[in-house]
Ligand binder design. Structure first.
Ligand code: AKG
Length: 248
């Protein structure tokens, strides 16, 4: 794909789809490393994961903080992916955070509509999120839904979600009122989405018989700066959300 073409599409829609970024062997390696991560978090990093009602992993966050080598770390630095991030951020970029959104069949939880930069607070939005499908992903198994073009709103207000894995959300009534078209990209294993940190997106419950597995790496410009005041306020709200969900 031509640089100018993908950059224009990204600027217009707030996301792009890239097919076949990882091979089936790379996905198999990722899944094996993920099993090691699950054992680690269960043993001593309880703050970094959430499970479904039937006790399956639904999300695992901040993996780079406790898992220092292996395929997950290696693939988060994949040169091909970095090349796309550099083009879209229009600056040299580096990976900043690694997560899995696992969404198991029948019980995988919804992610409420939100903008990533409400969580990240990166000045001038010099960042992107890379969402790599490690399974098929489509509307019925809880594939990502974008409000196409919504990044042009800039960062808008969020509220506490009372949900596990995504602590902040945009008010549901506001989402209903917004006129952007909802797009559910249909992905095969190895395909990837790269989205703008201000595009509104979310995903529904997985009501299908197929697990929906997303390996998510956010990239930011090498010299990005954080809005520390906003970050502090977000962290307080995140902790408030955690207290609410675990007191219920
Ligand atoms: O995988 C999901 O359902 C949500 C992921 C997400 O919000 C993101 O990658 O920014």
């Amino acid at each position: 794909m031509k640089k100018k073409y993908i950059l224009n599409k990204f600027k217009r829609d707030g996301f792009i789809v890239i097919k076949n970024v990882l091979t089936s062997k790379q996905i198999e390696d990722l899944m094996n490393d993920l099993n090691r991560v699950k054992i680690k978090v269960e043993k001593k990093h309880h703050q970094f994961f959430h499970k479904t009602k039937d006790k399956k992993f639904n999300t695992i966050h901040n993996i780079q903080k406790f898992h220092k080598k292996g395929k997950i770390i290696e693939l988060s630095k994949n040169k091909n992916i970095k090349k796309f991030c550099d083009i879209l951020i229009e600056k040299e970029s580096k990976p900043r955070n690694i997560e899995f959104f696992l969404k198991p069949k029948k019980s995988g939880m919804a992610s409420p509509f939100h903008q990533d930069n409400y969580y990240w607070n990166i000045i001038n939005s010099e960042a992107v999120n890379v969402w790599i499908a490690c399974s098929k992903a489509y509307k019925k198994n809880g594939g990502i839904c974008y409000l196409k073009g919504s990044h042009k709103l800039g960062t808008i207000n969020h509220e506490i979600s009372n949900m596990k894995g995504s602590s902040q959300k945009i008010n549901n009534n506001l989402i209903k009122k917004l006129k952007f078209k909802k797009i559910f990209p249909k992905l095969d294993p190895g395909d990837c989405l790269i989205h703008h940190p201000e595009v509104i997106h979310g995903s529904y419950k997985n009501i299908s018989n197929i697990d929906r597995i997303g390996f998510v790496v956010s990239y930011a410009s090498k010299k990005h700066k954080l809005d520390t005041e906003k970050l502090k306020s977000y962290k307080n709200k995140m902790n408030e959300n955690l207290k609410k969900i675990y007191l219920n």
